[in-house]
Design a protein. Structure first.
Length: 445
């Protein structure tokens, strides 16, 4: 019995030895290897189900990759193709009614026959899920191409004036406007066209991740003729007493406007908002809007201009003349003229303040009194006026011998605001020259 058992033990030991020897031989000929397979695509399960619930996976599907380590016999690994590695994430693993947000989903690697998956990375994939929303976005009409010279492209109008934009919440929230572009090359009349719409963010980048309804809109784009007109300054109030507004000017001077042809022909100026000069005694410099009443367009879009109101002080200046300074116009050469001054005050002035009994005064022998001229205007004008700029005259046209009171004519160059004189009229005695006067004159000659 003992011999029989020993035989089985020997047999078992021999079998184990044979297996061990085979394993040792195989490990040398076809050893166990390990290999790394990188950037293995991760498949996404249940994406359509997520989308049907009104959600959007924001990640780029090509970004979902995993690195896998596999062990197996050398000969098998040499024949192994990485496409046989199947990695997946399951969007149904996102729990809860509201699936919007950031989720970390486990990566699942399918078992591979004759190989062992020793490790892989990452073991979780981060998914960004957003709700699909819709909002209304206003349409902005723009144009491209060169304008015809002398014409202005106005603000276009679209029908409808807005579109519905649908897409992921963050993308739709970034939508600033819907752009419709019209080509105006060579056009000089109002355009009516149907144009496609594209959605852009605040930086002008087009958003391709959204859908638009409707995809085209009807555009009406006005094109108006233009012309250049002066800017006129309007003002209200009065400056401080003793001061005057002497000039109103604008920095721009003129402005180019656009309007329908019939209206444009009736407009010859553009006014500013009124400048308030109430109580002013110095120059006023302010920015004022141009008044268009919404009927005309300023082509350069600049609806303001700097306005300067020049305020100057009014001053007076006195000048003194005598009768000899008066030019006698149209005087007949056969006549002689003698002034008659009956102003007692002037008579006293002419006698250096010494009083004279008026009953004994012989007017023909009086010293000619002073004729005082007072000129009043702004300081810059008064500064240009001297005695030589003032001309006094009397018009003796059609005058015959006798006593006359003639209006004193006063001409000032440059013209002043007011001119006053202590003599509004001059009294004259016109006589025929005597023979003695003629003889005396001939003797002097």
């Amino acid at each position: 019995m003992k011999v029989k058992n020993d035989k089985w033990i020997v047999r078992i030991l021999c079998a184990l030895g044979a297996i061990t020897l085979w394993v040792l031989v195989m490990m040398k000929v076809n050893p166990l290897w390990k290999n790394d397979f990188n950037n293995i695509k991760v498949n996404i399960n249940d994406l359509s189900s997520l989308e049907n619930q009104g959600y959007v996976l924001m990640n780029e599907k090509s970004d979902f990759k995993v690195d896998v380590k596999i062990s197996g016999l050398k000969n098998n690994l040499l024949k192994f193709n990485s496409r046989d590695i199947i990695a997946t994430i399951d969007l149904n693993d996102i729990r809860g009614i509201d699936k919007e947000g950031i989720h970390h989903l486990p990566v699942k690697i399918q078992d591979i026959e004759n190989f062992e998956i020793t490790s892989y990375s990452p073991i979780y994939i981060t998914c960004n899920v957003e709700k699909r929303i819709t909002k209304s976005v206003g349409i902005e009409v723009k144009y491209e191409g060169s304008q015809v010279a002398g014409y202005y492209v106005g603000n276009g109008v679209s029908n409808p004036d807005s579109v519905l934009v649908t897409g992921p919440r963050s993308v739709v929230d970034s939508a600033k406007s819907a752009i419709a572009v019209v080509n105006v090359e060579g056009e000089s009349e109002i355009l009516s066209r149907s144009e496609p719409v594209r959605i852009v963010d605040e930086k002008g980048n087009e958003l391709s991740e959204v859908s638009v309804k409707p995809i085209t809109v009807d555009i009406a784009l006005p094109i108006y003729p233009t012309k250049e007109v002066p800017i006129v300054v309007d003002f209200v109030g009065e400056p401080q007493e003793g001061y005057r507004v002497t000039n109103l000017k604008t920095e721009l001077g003129t402005v180019t406007i656009a309007a329908p042809k019939g209206l444009l022909e009736t407009i010859n100026e553009v006014k500013t908002e009124p400048v308030d000069i109430s109580g002013a005694n110095v120059d006023i410099v302010v920015d004022k809007n141009l008044i268009t009443d919404g009927k005309i367009k300023i082509t350069d879009g600049n609806h303001k201009t700097k306005v300067t109101a020049t305020i100057e002080r009014i001053i007076e200046k006195d000048f003194e003349f005598t009768f000899d300074d008066i030019e006698l116009l149209n005087l007949d050469e056969n006549y002689i003229v003698t002034p008659i001054f009956e102003n007692e005050d002037n008579q006293e002035d002419s006698n250096n303040g010494e009083s004279t009994d008026t009953d004994e005064v012989d007017n023909t022998n009086l010293q000619t009194p002073k004729i005082k001229i007072k000129v009043k205007d702004i300081a810059t004008t008064i500064a240009k006026i001297s005695k030589s700029n003032i001309k006094l005259s009397l018009d003796l046209k059609d005058i015959t011998p006798g006593v006359y009171e003639l209006e004193l004519i006063i001409d000032v160059d440059p013209k002043a605001e007011t001119v006053a004189s202590n003599y509004q009229v001059i009294k004259l005695n016109v006589e025929i020259k005597s023979t003695e006067d003629d003889s005396s004159e001939d003797g002097q000659e």
